[in-house]
Structures are given as structure tokens and as C-alpha cells.
Design a protein around this ligand. Structure first.
Ligand code: FO1
Length: 319
């Protein structure tokens, strides 16, 4: 049942963010969810333009995601990768046969001068997605992971080296010259959103790149819409991915409080509400002391019901 008529902007990386995006898409009227997607993971591989977080959002919102792998398409086949392996080509980053069509088509469209937002929109329409997925910017922004004297392109750190190197920091090449997504900026200028949600994505490599695009976080802060962040850390652990490991290595407390401190220090005044899991209820006073309203909910999303319930909780909270 579509009980809510709000228009929601959700900032998201890949898997964790896409789960909440799916819940929000179910909770609002068709077309009323706009997802601002991290493209700091984007890279060129085998001559193709890969946009991993956009792909995860496209596949999740269309119900086609591979839930075992956490990326790519369900029911995938790997014929091309097997053939490439025989040629001793690069197979550390695995592209499924059907997923490859997405990358081939996107790369060809971009080469013809179609913009990344337009290509993403066309892919979403083709997959029957009513929500809008907006790349954070059109320019290529490349995340570099700094690790004790080594600089690793993000996918080399994440996939090739399985997040094993100890991180000492991150940089986002190209970000100073990037422009925030024009459609999202226009909607923000028109007070087009009733709620802004920062999904439980990795603060350092999924949300920071979005917020650090020039004018982005200050525009979000100045919007009339309340901004709600859902902690990606629950009981001192990340539900998926390397966020907790990164926090430990960076000397940030591996708790929802550590997440709140990160956002409050880097983006003062941005957060209105901070949603923590029931298991972290004892942190609420310390988080509230940072000047944000704390809300407590079950935030672990295993089923579609969990996702919808958390989405409705967020919309009720601000409504
Ligand atoms: N993640 C992996 O761990 N291994 C892969 O081989 C891999 C391939 C891949 C292909 C297309 C795509 O869109 C995503 C892919 N991912 C893979 C996921 C992805 O690189 C990461 O989950 C994100 O960059 C982190 O958000």
C-alpha cells in the first residue's frame, strides 16, 4: 500500500544503501523516490565504463540483483569470463554475461555523447524502475585508497586485494572540478523533497564522495527538508563491507557514535535525525549531545518487510 505521498531524496552507495532505497521505493508513491548515487567507485575496466553503485541500485530496485554475491545480476552466467581466463586476460573483476550488456551499452552511449544521467535514466526505464537514480555528478571522480605509503585505485583495494590493506585515508580525484547533479540541485532549489535520507552506506567511500562535490553538502544542509541518516554500524559491526575495518584503522570509534562524530565534524549542521539500531540504544545520549535528534529502530534489513518497515519509520519520524 502506498500510504505516503512524500518525495524522498536518498543518498546511497551500493548494497546497504540499495536495501533501504528499495524499502523507500515501496513506501512512497511511484516516481517519488530519487536516489543520489555515489559514482566515486566508477572506473574503466577492459575498455568499459563500470558504475558499480548505480548498477547495484538498478538491479536491486528492479528485483534482479544477485543477493548471494551482493553485486551483479541474479541467475548470471560467466561464459565471457571463462573465455577471457583462457586468454589469460584480466578476470579479477568479474563481469557476468548479462551484466556485460549493461556495461557495453553504457560505454557505447557515453561514447556517443549521451550523459551519464541520461544513460542511467534509460537503463532504469528499461528495467521498469519508477524511481529516479541520479549519478552524483557527470564527471569521472576516482576514489584512491591510501594505505601505508601505497595508493590503490578503489576497485584494486576492494576487489583485487579484498579490502586487506590497512587504510590511512582516501582521496577523490577530480572531485574539485565536478558539478553536483543538475536535476537534483534543481529539485532542491524548488524545495522538491519532503525528506532527505542518507542510507546506511559506507561513510568514507560511498557518502563522503557525494557530500564532497562542491556545493553538495551545504545545499543539502540548507534545504528545508529534514535530513535523516541511518547508521551503517550496528553493535560495532558493519552489516556488509569494510566500513568497520576502515574505522578501526583510521582510529575512529567503531560505533554508531563514531559514525555520528564523523558526519558532525565534517558536515556541521547537516544531520537533523540520526537513526540507530535498537542494540545501540545506550549510545543515544552521547549522539544527542552532538546536536542531532536520535531515533531508535530495528535497522537490520534482511527481508523486504524489514526494508519497508525501516522506510516507514523514517517517513513517520519526519512526518
Ligand atoms: N565486487 C566484487 O567483490 N567482485 C567482483 O568481481 C565484482 C564485480 C562487479 C562487476 C560489476 C559491478 O557493477 C560491480 C561489481 N562488484 C564486484 C561490486 C563492486 O565493485 C563493489 O561492491 C562496489 O564498488 C562497492 O560499493
Amino acid at each position: 500500500m502506498k500510504a505516503f505521498q512524500e518525495s524522498v531524496l536518498a543518498l546511497s552507495g551500493g548494497v546497504g544503501g540499495a536495501k533501504l532505497a528499495l524499502g523507500l521505493a515501496d513506501a512512497v508513491a511511484p516516481g517519488q523516490l530519487h536516489v543520489l548515487a555515489n559514482t566515486g567507485d566508477d572506473f574503466r575496466h577492459l575498455g568499459l565504463h563500470i558504475s558499480p553503485d548505480i548498477d547495484t541500485l538498478l538491479y536491486t530496485l528492479s528485483g534482479k540483483s544477485n543477493q548471494v554475491l551482493g553485486w551483479g545480476l541474479a541467475g548470471e552466467t560467466w561464459g565471457v569470463m571463462e573465455a577471457l581466463e583462457k586468454l589469460q586476460g584480466e578476470t579479477w573483476f568479474r563481469l557476468g554475461d548479462n551484466d556485460l550488456a549493461t556495461h557495453l551499452w553504457r560505454t557505447a552511449q557515453l561514447a556517443e555523447g549521451v550523459s551519464l544521467p541520461q544513460v542511467t535514466n534509460a537503463l532504469a526505464q528499461q528495467l521498469g524502475i519508477s524511481s529516479r537514480i541520479h549519478p552524483m555528478c557527470e564527471e569521472l571522480v576516482s576514489t584512491t585508497v591510501h594505505s601505508e605509503g601505497r595508493d590503490l585505485p578503489f576497485q584494486h583495494y576492494f576487489v583485487r586485494e579484498q579490502c586487506e590493506p590497512k587504510v590511512t585515508g582516501f582521496s577523490f580525484e577530480g572531485i574539485a572540478d565536478a558539478s553536483p547533479n543538475a536535476d537534483v540541485m534543481a529539485l532542491l532549489a524548488d524545495d522538491g523533497f519532503s525528506t532527505i535520507v542518507i542510507c546506511p552506506s559506507n561513510p568514507f567511500v560511498s557518502i563522503d564522495p557525494i557530500l564532497q562535490i562542491p556545493r553538495m553538502w551545504t545545499t543539502l544542509r540548507d534545504s528545508k527538508a529534514p535530513l535523516v541518516l541511518v547508521s551503517p554500524i550496528v553493535s560495532g559491526m558493519a552489516i556488509k563491507g569494510p566500513a568497520a575495518k576502515m574505522m578501526l584503522e583510521l582510529g575512529v570509534p567503531v560505533t554508531a557514535l563514531g559514525v555520528a562524530q564523523h558526519y558532525c565534524e565534517l558536515y556541521p549542521g547537516l544531520l537533523d535525525y540520526f537513526v540507530i539500531d535498537e542494540s545501540d540504544a545506550t549510545l543515544s545520549n552521547d549522539i544527542a549531545a552532538l546536536g542531532v535528534k536520535v531515533a531508535i529502530a530495528p535497522t537490520v534489513m534482511k527481508t523486504r518487510d524489514d526494508k519497508q518497515r525501516l522506510a516507514r519509520f523514517i517517513l513517520d519520524l519526519v512526518g
